[in-house]
Design a protein around this ligand. Sequence first.
Ligand SMILES: NC(=O)c1ccc[n+]([C@@H]2O[C@H](COP(=O)([O-])OP(=O)(O)OC[C@H]3O[C@@H](n4cnc5c(N)ncnc54)[C@H](O)[C@@H]3O)[C@@H](O)[C@H]2O)c1
Length: 329
Amino acid sequence: MKILVTGGAGFIGSNLVDALAQNESYEILVADDFSSGTRANLAQHAANPRVRVVELDIRDKQRVREIMRGVQRVYHLAVQCIRVSIRDPYLVHDVNVTGTLHLLTAALDENVERFVYCSSSEVYGTAQRVPMNEDHPLVPTTPYGASKLAGEVYARSFYETYGMPVTIVRPFNTYGAREHFEGPYGEVIPKFVVRALNDAPLVIFGDGSQTRDFTHVSDTVRGLLAAGECDALIGDVVNIARGQEVNINTLARLVLETLPQSKSKIEYQAPRPGDVLRHYADISKAQRVLGFEPRVEIHQGVKRYVDWLMRSEVDPREMLQKEKLRNWE
Ligand SMILES: NC(=O)c1ccc[n+]([C@@H]2O[C@H](COP(=O)([O-])OP(=O)(O)OC[C@H]3O[C@@H](n4cnc5c(N)ncnc54)[C@H](O)[C@@H]3O)[C@@H](O)[C@H]2O)c1
């Protein structure tokens, strides 16, 4: 089975490649432009002939067609992120929407057996009711959320029009090893941990009552894999999440409890544009259709992240010196 993972050098993508590589019958092709992902995220596969990494910008329609040759399953994760979308919605549209269309048309011509579109809980916008099931209204609050939704709508239309075997997965906020902690790609858990390790303030945008359904990357990856193998989800969509609501004040306290030697304090700043206020997933469909059960509690996941960071080659102290980390967006 030849499997294409777009964005496979990124945070979730590289964790997905790790899981796929365990199956000896899989040949994995990673396509990434390395704009936020890194080759270092895939260094563990350097000696594995079943994992091939190619540089590809998914906006390049012709090259997308070439890369797609012989591919049987696609996990499409390549993306430009939320903070970039606020400064440059055109770029994010080109990558997240037009790039997705290039992949869909190439996959259609190649008769792929399954196209897994990795969407995002951001397509829902702020919760209008909780927990949020797959029928929750789709009212994204950022250009990023809009672009992820446009990608979904295209993917679904390829199922409706051409009968292409498409599955849409909506992961909620995912965290864990290799998550970005700097610049516009940085996410809250790594930022809090790096700041706490440096006794720097943990900055909360808004009053900290906003919630997320933090999902450990190992659970997100299991959900993506299961969805890609489930025929009942062809032409359909599924949430993948922990199924637990955690507010940002609680998260900040949890990080400080995990690092009790830290002298960091919590600092509040003005809310950020487009931030959703509440996210809490209903995962009953994933449980019913995929037999999916999340395994990692938030306190375990934060501890695992800290342990990974301490073992990794990145030095959080050095990282904080870098201007880009101070440039919080
Ligand atoms: N991280 C989360 O909390 C989260 C939550 C829900 C959904 N998702 C979805 O999961 C997927 C992966 O997200 P992530 O958090 O790992 O992000 P990431 O930024 O770590 O990974 C995205 C990858 O796409 C690559 N990329 C960007 N533009 C590209 C282009 N033009 N051509 C080829 N590759 C390109 C980047 O270099 C990077 O490796 C995305 O589809 C995202 O929408 C993420």
